[in-house]
Write a protein that binds this ligand. Structure first.
Ligand SMILES: [Zn+2]
Length: 89
């Protein structure tokens, strides 16, 4: 995150950070501290969630984080509660 912020501040085309990848590896809680640092450094955050079934609790935590953008959410968009929460943000 510090490198991304440094490069942004040097005029490189860094527009934010994006958490994506295999949803079966890792947990939101292990990535959240780094993304909180991104927020502290004023780097916009994109989170990919809802790409597989059965991750509702993790998705709720990611929604609560309040990223600037969500990626994919191909499974989540069918979850009515998610739509209501995102709409209220
Ligand atoms: Zn994705």
């Amino acid at each position: 995150m510090k490198l991304a912020a440094y490069l942004r501040d040097c005029g490189c085309d860094v527009c934010g950070v994006d958490l994506s990848g295999n949803p079966g590896i890792g947990e939101w809680s292990s990535f959240e501290p780094a993304l909180l640092l991104a927020r502290h450094l004023k780097l916009p955050v994109t989170l990919h969630c809802g790409e597989v079934d059965g991750t509702g609790a993790e998705e709720a935590a990611m929604i609560a984080f309040g990223p600037e953008r969500f990626g994919h959410c191909v499974k989540t968009v069918r979850w009515f509660t998610f739509i209501v929460v995102v709409w209220a943000m």
